[in-house]
Every structure is written in structure tokens, then in C-alpha cells.
Write a protein that binds this ligand. Structure first.
Ligand code: C2E
Ligand code: CA
Ligand code: CA
Ligand code: CA
Length: 279
């Protein structure tokens, strides 16, 4: 029995070692990814529910690893956060997205707003507002065409600090959005104190619609609450026509999801927006 146990332990630690090694490898590669130009931003259309016009895009980060190929942000963003690399990566995302938004602004897509995801570490870094300002100045982008998305757990982590920071960002003229709404714990009274422009209802509330009556009612309630706070509402993860039809009956403003489009390369996004908006 002793020997059996020994073998198990050996097998187990081998597994840990290979996982650890894989992680270390990925971490080293992540260090070099910026210098090697392995990151790319994709843009997912945000579509106005009534007019069906593309009014914005969410910038979503992609890592194209030279050997491993595509690595999902769900995999490398947590690693980037743990290692602190998210600060440099996040700054790159901010600058690249502003640059792209400014190009669109100077083309025939002058009103397209670009949303960027902000991680907790960036937000807490002293000088975050200056980082945002620098990116705006460098690209010569009107601040109103940039939106910053942060999750509710990020904003609720330290409410007083968040309020101060968000007020500072608001003064610069950028849009502020609460992401993945409904997945954390938010208290209404706090949300009211944040200078927000937009609330994004998490995909998990949409998946059961229209079959699930309860979910549909929860979404209705969230939308009503957001409207009472004068927030624009984005429904994330809309995949089917049935979902869209049900949302048609609500007061939601924007739809983002595979039903309209997956995240696209910048030039594909342009083509998509032109087709949708020229009709
Ligand atoms: P998120 O901010 O909630 O972004 C939405 C995610 O849902 C994206 O996944 C998008 O591709 C996916 N999605 C959109 N519509 C649908 C749909 O109809 N069905 C389904 N099943 N999925 C849909 P993605 O691009 O894999 O990004 C995952 C997460 O990684 C993001 O979630 C965000 O938290 C994080 N992330 C991505 N880019 C960045 C970034 O530049 N900075 C930071 N800090 N985080 C990022
Ligand atoms: Ca987001
Ligand atoms: Ca989200
Ligand atoms: Ca999410």
C-alpha cells in the first residue's frame, strides 16, 4: 500500500510540475509578446437596437503565439494580472484602440465609439488618468469617442477611491461603462454615486432567453433600474433572433453579440459597419 501511495504522489507531482512548467513558459512568452508584436485588437460591433446601426466597437485583445497559435484572453489576462504585465499590455491596448478610433473618426465613420477593457491593476495604478490623457493626446481622439469598461467588482472593491477616480476620468470627457453587470454584488445606492454612462448586462442573463421566463424578467428589471439611473443599456451575448425579438420589447439601447457579429479585425469591422450603416 505504501508503494502504491508513493506512485500516486509521484504521478501527482509530475502533473503539477508540467502545469507549472507550462505556466512558466507562457509567462516568459507573455513577457516578449509585446516586443514581438504578437498582440492584436479585434473589434466587436455594438448595434443600436432600434436603428440597427453600428454605433460602437469593443476592443478585445488577441494573442497570436508564434508556436501555440491563438491564446484566449480568458487564459492570458489572469496571468498578465498576476505578473503585473497587464500594466504595459493595458497601456498598449489603450493606445492602439485610441489610434484606431481616431482613424475611424477621420474617415466616414466619425461617430464610432471605441470601448476598452480596464483591469483592476491599471485602475489602481497611480497616474491612470494621465495614461488615458496621453493616449487621447497622442492619437488626437476626441475623449467622448473613448469608453472605458470596468467590471462591477472592480468598481465596488474600494468604493470611495473608485468614485474619485471615475470623477477624474469623467472630467476628461471619456465615457464610463460597468461591465458584466449582475455577476458581482452591486448595491444600487453605490451605482448611483458613480458617474456612469453605460451598463452592460452580462451574457449569463441572456442565455436562457426566451424560454426562461424568470431570466427574461430579471433582464427587464435590470434594464428598468439602469433607465432609472439614466444609463444607456447594452445587452451582451445576444446570439439568436428569438433573443433579439424579446429584447425588442424592452428599453435596452445597444446589442452586442454573435447574432450581429463576432469580434472582427479592424478592416473587417469597417466593412461591416459600412454595410450596416449605409442602408
Ligand atoms: P468581456 O469584456 O465580457 O468581453 C466579452 C466577451 O464575450 C468576449 O470574449 C466576446 O468575444 C464574447 N462574446 C461576445 N458576444 C458573444 C456571444 O454572442 N456569445 C458568446 N458565447 N460570447 C460572446 P473574449 O474576446 O474572449 O474576451 C474575454 C474576456 O477577456 C473579456 O470579457 C475581458 O474580460 C477580457 N479581455 C479581453 N480583452 C481585454 C483587454 O484588452 N484588457 C483586459 N483587461 N481584459 C480584456
Ligand atoms: Ca468588456
Ligand atoms: Ca462583459
Ligand atoms: Ca466577461
Amino acid at each position: 500500500a505504501k508503494q502504491q501511495g508513493g506512485a500516486e504522489i509521484c504521478f501527482y507531482s509530475k502533473n503539477i510540475n508540467s502545469n507549472l512548467q507550462e505556466r512558466l513558459e507562457l509567462e516568459t512568452d507573455l513577457h516578449n509578446a509585446l516586443n514581438n508584436n504578437e498582440f492584436q485588437l479585434y473589434y466587436q460591433p455594438k448595434v443600436d437596437l432600434l436603428s440597427k446601426r453600428v454605433v460602437g466597437a469593443e476592443a478585445l485583445l488577441r494573442w497570436i503565439h508564434p508556436q501555440k497559435g491563438f491564446i484566449s484572453p480568458e487564459q492570458f489576462i489572469p496571468l498578465a494580472e498576476e505578473t503585473g504585465l497587464i500594466l504595459k499590455i493595458g497601456d498598449w491596448v489603450l493606445n492602439d484602440a485610441c489610434h484606431q478610433a481616431a482613424l475611424w473618426h477621420r474617415s466616414d465613420m466619425s461617430d464610432i465609439k471605441v470601448s476598452v477593457n480596464v483591469s483592476g491593476q491599471q485602475f489602481k495604478e497611480s497616474g491612470y488618468i494621465e495614461h488615458v490623457n496621453r493616449a487621447l493626446k497622442r492619437s488626437d481622439l476626441p475623449p467622448s469617442l473613448l469608453m472605458l469598461e470596468m467590471t462591477e467588482s472592480l468598481a465596488m472593491d474600494n468604493v470611495e477611491t473608485s468614485i474619485e477616480l471615475l470623477n477624474g476620468l469623467k472630467q476628461q470627457g471619456v465615457g464610463l461603462s460597468i461591465d458584466d453587470f449582475g455577476t458581482g454584488y452591486s448595491s444600487l445606492s453605490y451605482l448611483k454615486r458613480f458617474p456612469l454612462d453605460e451598463l452592460k448586462v452580462d451574457r449569463s442573463f441572456i442565455t436562457g432567453i426566451p424560454e426562461n421566463e424568470e431570466e427574461a424578467q430579471i433582464v427587464q428589471a435590470i434594464i428598468a433600474m439602469a433607465k432609472a439611473l439614466r444609463l444607456s443599456v447594452v445587452i451582451e451575448g445576444v446570439e439568436t433572433e428569438a433573443q433579439l425579438n424579446l429584447l425588442q420589447l424592452t428599453q435596452s439601447d445597444l446589442i452586442q453579440g454573435y447574432y450581429f457579429s463576432k469580434p472582427l479585425k479592424a478592416d473587417q469591422f469597417e466593412a461591416y459597419a459600412r454595410t450596416m450603416n449605409d442602408e
